[in-house]
Write a protein that binds this ligand. Structure first.
Ligand code: ADP
Length: 542
């Protein structure tokens, strides 16, 4: 091999914050903490406080490879932790506070976290799990002063920062060093830990910044509506530094009122989050006759976004929805921007593409296989199991021996995503369902996602969930649950009539039930497992 003659510079997360601190020093970071206080800081300050915190971590004996956890909302302190923990080679382990206490204790032990940074809101949670969390030797409360607590070895974050001198420079790490650890929500079995390297984070961040990724750039003001404990906030806390964007961190309040207020006071141009959040934002905009003139683009993913959401956002508010697919194992896995060819198509054809879950993004190769492991045609019609591979796709899970989620192949390994999808010849994917949520009626598949998306187009339906329940004749049939606008009563036929034009007639739900709310998992997805349990004794009317 004739080696290329380039410099040997490692791809490190610390280079992102160095870049932002140097070139976008005064670009604002606006953060609301859990007490409701608004902090206005900037990239230079985030960098210098991160460097102070890094030296405090070193003083506490944290070494490269040690895991340091956060149980925190989206605010400036959490952002500092993103850079201070990774900057010295220790591993940022973001924990989802919405998991059950037992699961959190299990995760803390599995990860062997040494220090845990917690928001004051989560003190009761930390106190409840502390005796079980055997590896944890210090709790740091993200506050000015230490609140009253029964936790032993607890300190206030600001005391820790005030008492340490900043690092002079970041250590030079190997780019393959572990940087972040994030557990999947584990709806089946125990959660699995996805460990990303510095190299992987920098590469996926670059992809996020590209025009076909989330087009993150220095002219933007970004509202981070994805929790920073969900897949590293979809890499946006890193991308905002790489690009030097303004970043608005909303704290715990993700209500539509709060989000719309942030958008309008901070001139937010771009935001990202799961569909549920934007469905409630749209409802709020309509109810209050409010506009969001600065907002130009939204990245929506994490679960299927209904077509009606995109239509309303674009037609009534001028917001382009970039619909993407991804998972903890790779962060963003598809691209949401129209290609040149699709730009030239009529509106209806464009929207049809937009309702799909994006298309292949450089860096994450996608493939569909059938039950025999044979590759399925990219014809936009034949479903198969979706596989993925690429330099930032997880190759294994942290400390897990039995890994059945990877498929060894001659040109592999490939990650088995657990999603059933179709793909067309331009790489556009449509997620038919999660393999475990697909409704199996008479040996054929019904997509719960398509039923839900059609149902939210029905008058008065705010949210919908379709689940397969046992049926004597067909094995399983779909039950549709809907949340209605307040004051409305259910008109079953009206809902079914709205779905009818969009699906095959045998897909139509056998029954429709109005419910006050639909349960969501810790990452904002419809909790189908819980719904199937709740309606296990449901009796079909037909
Ligand atoms: P968890 O399983 O912990 O909730 P992930 O965020 O990793 O965490 O979930 C990834 C899954 O979310 C995907 O495998 C897929 O089923 C679903 N998903 C993500 N984006 C979309 C989308 N645009 N359309 C449909 N499903 C999606």
């Amino acid at each position: 091999m004739l080696r290329g003659l380039n410099m040997d510079r490692q791809l490190l997360i610390s280079s992102l914050i160095d870049y932002a601190g140097r070139n976008h020093s005064s670009t604002e970071i606006v953060a609301t903490d859990s007490s409701g206080l608004v902090h206005r800081t900037n990239w230079a300050e985030i960098r210098s406080r991160s460097m102070r915190l890094s030296s405090a971590l070193l003083q506490q004996g944290i070494r490269p490879g040690d895991r340091v956890a956060t149980i925190a909302w989206n605010d400036h302190r959490h952002l500092e932790l993103y850079y201070s923990i990774t900057g010295i080679g220790s591993v940022l382990h973001t924990i989802n506070p919405r998991l059950r206490e037992q699961q959190i204790a299990w995760i803390l032990n599995h990860a062997e976290d040494q220090i845990v940074f917690i928001d004051p809101d989560f003190l009761p949670l930390a106190e409840a799990v502390a005796t079980e969390a055997l590896s944890v030797r210090q709790w740091v409360v993200l506050a000015e002063e230490l609140p009253a607590t029964s936790l032993e070895n607890a300190v206030a974050y600001e005391d820790l920062i005030a008492g340490s001198n900043p690092l002079q420079e970041w250590p030079l790490l190997d780019e393959w060093s572990a940087a972040t650890l994030c557990y999947t929500s584990g709806t089946t079995g125990n959660p699995k830990g996805v460990m990303q390297s510095h190299r992987s984070i920098v590469l996926q961040t670059w992809a996020t910044c590209t025009g076909d990724g989330h087009d993150v750039n220095s002219s933007q003001s970004i509202l981070l509506a994805v929790p920073m404990f969900h897949v590293n906030g979809w890499a946006i806390p890193f991308a905002a530094a790489m690009a030097g964007s303004k970043l608005v961190l909303p704290g715990p309040d993700l209500s539509p009122e709060a989000l719309v207020q942030h958008i309008n006071t901070e001139n937010v141009t771009f935001s990202a989050g799961v569909p549920t959040i934007w469905l409630s934002v749209v409802q709020h905009l309509q109810d209050t006759d409010t506009d969001v003139p600065s907002l130009k683009r939204l990245a929506v993913g994490g679960s299927a976004a209904p077509r009606s959401l995109m239509d309303t956002l674009e037609d009534d508010y001028g917001v382009f929805v970039s619909h993407v697919w991804g998972m903890t194992e790779m962060t963003q896995g598809s691209a949401g921007r129209f290609t040149h060819r699709v730009q030239g198509l009529g509106r209806e054809e464009q929207r049809r593409r937009q309702a799909m879950a994006g298309r292949e993004l450089y860096g994450v190769e996608l493939r569909l296989i059938d039950g025999d492991g044979q590759e399925v045609a990219r014809d936009g019609a034949t479903p198969g199991e979706l596989l993925a591979r690429g330099p930032w796709v997880a190759a294994n899970y942290f400390n897990l021996e039995d890994d059945s989620t990877h498929l060894p192949a001659e040109d592999g390994p490939w990650l088995r995503t657990g999603d059933v999808a179709t793909m067309d010849n331009e790489g556009y994917i449509s997620i038919v369902d999660r393999a475990k949520d697909v409704i199996k009626s008479g040996g054929e598949w019904i997509s719960s996602i398509e039923l839900e998306n059609a149902a939210v187009g029905a008058p008065g339906v705010v949210e919908a969930a379709a689940v397969g329940l046992p049926h004597d004749q067909w094995g399983e049939r779909p039950l549709l649950l809907v949340v209605l606008e307040s004051g409305r009563t259910l008109d079953r036929d009206e809902v079914l009539d709205a779905i009818r034009p969009h699906v095959a007639s045998w897909w139509l739900p056998n029954d429709v039930v109005a419910v006050p709310e639909i349960p969501h998992t810790g990452t904002g997805k419809i909790d189908k497992k819980l719904l199937r349990d709740q309606f296990a004794d449901f009796e079909w009317s037909q």
